[in-house]
Design a protein. Structure first.
Length: 74
């Protein structure tokens, strides 16, 4: 009887298995993320210059300049 319980528990676990493998990578996803990041950087520059004035003129206005000033590579 305990063997039957063990077998049924094993079946239950295998029936509820979820696939956690990585999804297929799509290159357009990168473009969407960069566009969103670019928009956020531009928005932050606008907010900072409105609040702080000339103090934030050097804040990068593009993703390229932000990456360059932080020393990040693609």
């Amino acid at each position: 009887m305990s063997e039957d319980k063990s077998v049924s528990n094993d079946l239950l676990v295998s029936e509820t298995f979820e696939d956690y493998s990585l999804r297929k990578y799509e290159s357009y996803q990168d473009e969407e993320e960069e566009t969103a990041t670019e928009s956020l950087i531009k928005f932050m520059k606008l907010v900072l210059t409105e609040i702080g004035g000339d103090k934030f003129n050097r804040f990068p206005s593009t993703l390229y300049l932000a990456k360059k000033s932080l020393g990040l590579k693609d």
